[in-house]
Design a protein. Sequence first.
Length: 329
Amino acid sequence: MTPNPDKLKAGTKHGLKFIGMGLARRADGKLFVAGSDFKVYQVALEPKLELTEIGNHASYVTSAAITGNTLITCGYDQQVMRWDTEKRTKIRSIEAHEKWVRNVAISPDGKLVASVGDDMVAKVFEVASGKLVHTLKGHKERTPTHFPSMLYAVAWSADGKTLATADKVGTIITWDATTGKTIKTLEAPGFYTWDGRQRIHSIGGIRSLAFSPDGKYLAAGGTGKIGNIDHLEAAARLEIFDWKSDAKPILFDKAKNKGLVNRLVFAPNGNWLLGSGGAGNGFLWFVDVAGKKVLKEENVSFHVHGMTLNDKADEIVVAGHNNIAAYSL
């Protein structure tokens, strides 16, 4: 039985001297974190915080994903890097994109890694060889008001057959992972705010994606329409698509907590979806997709960027603005 979000309990919390942006958990429970100090670490939370440096990028490290002993990271230096977590060494660095790389995700079989960047391109590489398999183009380079867009999110379906990517203006594209061809495009403009009067500026976008274990639903996370674009003063927002149909998405936009949903993960049996993120402070947000109801909202004292859920779905670790913390279910 999947653990109940009502049993959520805060555990260890430690301060960091950087923003933890990428967070990954190996099958044996070992954790890896990377972020604003350009470095990649193995991290132990008990009995005290220990950070063991593995290596570094040349700029912010924005995302981390793991398969076996192989860790993949990406950053604002346009690189996608492969690390051996046992030897704590870098195996390979690929100049994957022409602009900032925002996110990476590894296929369920561990053979492929997908990356997305602000050049508005998604790329798929072989993990073992680094060989480029697909270059996926379909997201518009400019917003409707002719400013550069950004490509934030990428996710694999549980069967590894489908890849999804999402951008700043709320466009989601699903791709056939074998052929690299577009399957379907979904639009979610409620994630995007444009202020053409006071600041001539836009904000928001879809920051996270997750497929349900059965592949039926595709969840997108971000923030709703923002009144003051200098701050994330809007409720966190989720839209869950029955993506193969033309049904209207299930909307969650009445969150108590403000800010961006930066990470999404489904429970292994699909009973609930967990989102994390924040603005000034952070949150954990559990929803029952099928039942269309919020199960629990938990305040976190810092803006959350990275999150992991273990295979039993009873341990959560989050990292973000100068902190890393663990929770149990």
